[in-house]
Design a protein around this ligand. Structure first.
Ligand SMILES: [Fe+2]
Length: 184
């Protein structure tokens, strides 16, 4: 279930805010310049749907976002519990990092947790099926998919080649509860 936790960036103990109200989640995130929306497929899709079918089912929203955000391309990624690289892929984005571009993800199924390190706070948002999140360029953040990752997501890029992680070297991510503790 989509959930937002807001912590102080000085205290990884009890969160200051915890909500599963998607309007409230959007309000908190929008106030930080983070886009959070719910999208619906224009025709039914299933676990058997191809990437092309998924992109087609959400093409109106994807095109609108490309227009608004200057994005150029979209693809589909799929993580599943028996994925041979799941440990390495989880580890890859588990430390605080930044990108020179927005990180835009729409969850078609399953879920993942984004942690945004903003001025004075850490916002942890569990994105679930139907949720679109856009983490603005240069925002310090990390992402946890858990040890049994299971999601399909549309990724939307300005330039996929330029989408590389610049690690901050800050160990803050290790202080906050991981996916296993927070995901609902
Ligand atoms: Fe990232």
């Amino acid at each position: 279930m989509s959930t937002l936790y807001v912590y102080s960036d000085k205290n990884a103990g009890a969160p200051l805010v915890e909500t599963q109200d998607r309007k409230e989640i959007a309000r908190h995130l929008n106030a930080e310049g983070v886009r959070f929306e719910q999208w619906e497929a224009s025709f039914p899709i299933s676990d058997q749907s191809s990437s092309e079918e998924i992109l087609e089912a959400y093409s109106a929203e994807i095109e609108r976002l490309k227009e608004e955000g200057g994005y150029k391309t979209a693809d589909v990624i799929n993580m599943y519990p028996s994925h041979p690289d799941k440990v390495a892929l989880r580890q890859k984005f588990l430390d605080e990092h930044q990108h020179a571009e927005d990180e835009v993800r729409f969850f078609v199924k399953g879920d993942g947790l984004f942690y945004l390190h903003l001025e004075g706070k850490v916002m942890a948002v569990q994105c679930c099926a139907g949720d679109l999140i856009s983490v603005p360029a240069n925002t310090k953040h990390w992402f946890d998919m858990g040890d049994t990752p299971n999601f399909t997501a549309v990724r939307i890029f300005t330039n996929p080649e330029g989408w590389v992680a610049k690690f901050t070297g800050d160990k803050i991510a290790s202080e906050y509860p991981r996916y296993e503790a927070l995901a609902k």
